[in-house]
Design a protein. Structure first.
Length: 59
């Protein structure tokens, strides 16, 4: 995707692969929990335009 900007770091995505989460495009390494910083590999939860792991989303 030409000109795609990461929703996490706001830098241009020039990687071969990118992730689509909700309405945003992300670098793979930017898909992390906003609270604890853990990488989100299989699932994530969205609140206030931020990504969370299941544990932190429940708090």
């Amino acid at each position: 995707m030409q000109g795609a900007v990461c929703a996490g770091c706001h830098r241009l995505i020039s990687d071969r692969f990118l992730l689509r989460v909700s309405d945003g495009l992300w670098h793979e390494e930017c898909v992390r929990c906003a609270a604890c910083g853990d990488a989100l590999a299989n699932s994530c939860f969205l609140r206030d335009h931020k990504l969370y792991c299941k544990r932190d989303y429940a708090e």
